[in-house]
Design a protein. Structure first.
Lengths: 260, 218
């Protein structure tokens, strides 16, 4: 096994272990989807609700159960929030220890790649978990697409968490920035019922959770294609990722010298 | 600059392990280092002293590459072991997992780092369970781990920033016994120290005062 592969594997396994031992992360992982779904189940009815699917066309409206719409919406909110928190945790925790690892021989890209791999695994796990829980409330038209939307909102918000972790030095500022954006975007403005009646829709369309939300909603209630919102979600996440990695790189850099 | 110091700076650099030329560092308007020149040759144990806030840790961070100087040039050997003042270890892992992580960083196979860990932990009397999470360890034990990580790859030069903060007296004495062993093996050591008892341990003492280095006569 080459030294690089050994370093990557060690960093991946040990980063995953620190995450699995983090009680807050594990609690959020399990509790948040359960809590969000339970609140919806308790507080909503099956009364029909009409809303527009922005990613299909301005004129395409569908009528579905209010509870079912809210369940999908809350699944997105839970996955978005957890992914942002995990992204933030993986980048911001113990920045100085990461710099020591770099000083001892790790390369920046090795630490970035292993953290991204751990984050990707966590996002897939939380998307599958939230999707499986959703099935206990109703059976969407395409559960695979609903979960894909969950994974995409996880990717976009995971990258936002990485960005917040790269920018903010203190935990409080980072967590606040995550809570603020996830609440405003994924837990409020992206609700299709709100969106249908809103004005200045372009503001909502440019927020991170817009396209992933559309993927899940389209997949849950229609047979329309989702290629475009999937591609735009990936593009949005990639832009946030590039920004986060550049800032992380700058903060982590070890300065060269003339060597004897 | 004192005459001794000029002499050191002019010495042959064939066995030099670290050199700083006209290194300055400012944080905003506060200038911490003002044109520091430093040469450390192989085989010496050098003490860096100075008052709190005089810039000792800043200088060390610049020497190892963690901090960018405002101006100046650094030359150093490749195999440096750096022990920061604050224990920079991973709280969510056990002591053994920390060793494994840093050994991977150094590129050491298990056959090399595991015997070295046994040797270091024996010398530092690391008596607690190595499978315990680091977050549950006492300050002194974390500091032993912090120091052992810096020594894991058997560096040719050690840069130690108050490595015994949190040590009890017995561990402090063990640290110096270990330092003697390392010196006999040819390791060069630069230690930030506050303790007057340490002075006799050094081949050379330099003091950082008003942002400049001065040689302290032994």
């Amino acid at each position: 096994m080459s030294s690089t592969v050994r370093r990557l594997m060690t960093a991946f396994v040990l980063t995953a272990m620190t995450l699995l031992r983090n009680r807050i992360a594990l609690t959020l992982f399990v509790l948040l989807p359960v809590l969000f779904y339970a609140l919806i189940a308790i507080t909503t009815t099956d009364a029909p609700v009409l809303f527009a699917l922005a990613a299909v066309s301005a004129d395409t409206s569908i009528e579905v159960s209010r509870r079912q719409e809210a369940i999908v919406f809350m699944g997105l909110a839970a996955v978005g929030f957890i992914s942002a928190f995990l992204g933030f945790y993986l980048i911001s925790r113990q920045t100085e220890v990461s710099r020591r690892l770099l000083l001892c021989g790790y390369r920046s890209w090795e630490l970035v790649v292993t953290r991204l791999a751990v984050l990707a695994c966590a996002i897939i796990a939380v998307s599958l978990f939230s999707g499986a829980l959703l099935l206990s409330f109703f059976t969407p038209s395409h559960i695979g697409l609903v979960m894909l939307g969950f994974a995409l909102v996880g990717m976009v918000y995971g990258c936002y968490g990485l960005l917040a972790g790269s920018i903010f030095h203190r935990e409080l500022e980072g967590v606040l920035s995550i809570v603020l954006l996830t609440n405003i975007d994924v837990a409020w403005l992206q609700n299709p019922i709100f969106y249908t009646e809103s004005k200045n829709k372009f503001v909502i369309q440019w927020l991170p959770a817009h396209m992933p939300s559309q993927v899940s909603m389209i997949g849950a209630f229609t047979d329309h294609p989702v290629l475009m919102p999937v591609a735009l979600s990936i593009l949005y996440g990639a832009a946030l990722l590039v920004l986060a990695v550049l800032i992380f790189w700058w903060r982590m850099r070890i300065l060269g010298a003339k060597y004897y | 600059m004192s005459s001794n110091y000029t002499m050191a700076a002019n010495a042959s650099n064939s066995n030099r392990l670290i050199a700083a030329r006209s290194v300055s560092k400012s944080f905003g308007k506060r200038q911490v280092l003002r044109g520091v020149d430093l040469d450390i040759d192989a085989g010496l144990t050098v003490g860096l002293v100075g008052e709190n806030g005089s810039g000792k840790s800043t200088l060390l961070r610049i020497l190892v590459g963690l901090l960018q100087p405002t101006s100046g040039i650094i030359e150093r050997c490749r195999r440096i072991g750096y022990c920061p003042q604050e224990a920079l270890v991973i709280d969510g892992l056990t002591a053994d997992e920390n060793f494994r992580y840093f050994a991977a960083a150094y590129g050491l196979p298990a056959s090399r780092w595991q015997p070295q860990v046994e040797f270091l932990l024996d010398r530092l009397h690391f008596s607690v369970d190595r499978q315990q999470l680091v977050s549950a360890l006492s300050g002194g034990t974390r500091q032993k781990l912090n120091l052992a990580i810096a020594l894991l790859h058997q560096p040719e030069m050690l840069v130690l920033d108050e490595p015994y903060a949190g040590f009890d007296w017995a561990t402090y004495e063990r640290f110096w016994q270990l330092a003697h062993e390392l010196r006999e093996q040819g390791t060069t050591i630069l230690v930030v120290s506050h303790l007057i008892y340490d002075r006799s341990e050094f081949d050379r003492v330099i003091e950082l005062r008003d942002g400049r280095l001065e040689e302290v006569p032994s």
